[in-house]
Ligand binder design. Structure first.
Ligand code: FSX
Ligand code: SF4
Ligand code: SF4
Length: 318
């Protein structure tokens, strides 16, 4: 994995983004630009000029787009700064203005021009059964292109691949019991087809915007981050939720919550999967640091490879 050992200036040559510019953008205060401006045509044209930044192709298979929506909630840096100053998002089925063959042609042209240099983001699982026919992402020259074809083709050409969300990382909800479509994570597809491109899993259903942006920041400044045995960056997934939970002392004292609305008490009897889950939600929290699952529900282990079957039932009567 070449990128792993890449020095910042070599990375800059490869990505066109200087460490200083990038860090300035990442650590700057939120610009306060509304999400709606991402769809503004003037910004779309500015994005085209931003090709000198790191090209990113974002493709979607079997998912709910929740991870894209989560990224749109990024506050610092704002999503506008991410799109305009940090990366050059050249393909995204949900937010791009372009569509159909034109969009696909552009995507393949970028992949060719920036071979080995662009990042591929995969959102959603890849259905590998029935020769991939469960997910046709479009047509080019009269030929149907499956999500399997696309992930194989772009995955092999990319410099790095980010599997965003538990579906893309491990199969997630589409791979739950009754998985007729052969829904699989990118790592499984890469293994099947012998694709060796560096891959980072950023699970979560959805993935936290900081986990996505932070991983991209690391990738552009220092290369591939350190990964755990499930391919996740240890900087976000290195610690256990239960061991760091604010209710741990209550758990140890046997003080258990009896209903989800109880402000105090450990929530294990209500189904909390914190003990089997590694992520930093206990300190990062969600919705701009407002709250997290354990505040008024339970952790359902959404970042773990066995999710959702291994976490089911999510809730239990106390
Ligand atoms: Fe899956 Fe994501 Fe859950 Fe949804 O990437 S991780 S169902 S939040 O959007 O696909
Ligand atoms: Fe552990 Fe969950 Fe109890 Fe927190 S609420 S101490 S994570 S079982
Ligand atoms: Fe997922 Fe648990 Fe974090 Fe909630 S607290 S986002 S269920 S890992």
């Amino acid at each position: 994995m070449k990128d792993e050992h890449m020095l910042p200036d070599e990375q800059q040559k490869k990505t066109g983004v200087s460490r200083r510019t990038f860090l300035k953008t990442v650590t700057g205060t939120a610009a306060g630009i509304g999400i709606s401006q991402v769809f503004n045509p003037a910004l779309v044209s500015a994005m085209k000029k931003a090709l000198k930044n790191h090209p990113v192709l974002w493709i979607q298979g079997q998912g709910c787009t929740g991870c894209s929506v989560s990224l749109l909630n990024s506050v610092d840096p704002s999503i506008a700064d991410i799109l305009l100053k940090i990366i050059s998002l050249q393909f995204h089925p949900t937010v791009m203005a372009s569509e159909g063959e034109t969009a696909l042609e552009n995507m393949y042209a970028i992949a060719k021009e920036y071979k080995g240099k662009f990042s591929l983001v995969v959102e959603g699982a890849v259905p590998m059964a029935a020769e991939g026919k469960y997910c046709i992402i479009g047509e080019l020259n009269g030929k149907e292109i499956t999500m399997v074809d696309l992930t194989k083709d772009l995955g092999a050409k990319a410099g790095s691949v980010l599997a965003v969300g538990t579906c893309a990382a491990y199969g997630g909800i589409p791979a739950a019991e009754g998985n007729e479509t052969g829904a699989s994570g990118v790592q499984e597809l890469f293994k099947t087809y012998g694709i060796k491109t560096p891959l980072v899993n950023i699970p979560g259903c959805p993935s936290h915007p900081d986990w996505i942006v932070g991983t991209i920041a690391h990738l552009l400044t220092k290369g591939i981050p350190e990964l755990d045995e499930n391919g996740r960056p240890t900087m976000f997934f290195g610690n256990n939720i239960h061991d760091n939970c604010p209710h741990l002392s209550q758990y140890e004292a046997g003080e258990m919550a009896e209903k989800l609305s109880d402000a105090n008490g450990c929530r294990m009897d209500l189904g909390c999967k914190g003990p089997d889950t590694n992520a930093d939600c206990y300190k990062r929290k969600w919705n701009s640091g407002m709250n997290w699952c354990v505040d008024n529900a339970v952790c359902i282990g959404c970042v773990e490879p066995g999710f959702p079957d291994a976490s089911s039932p999510f809730y239990e009567p106390a």
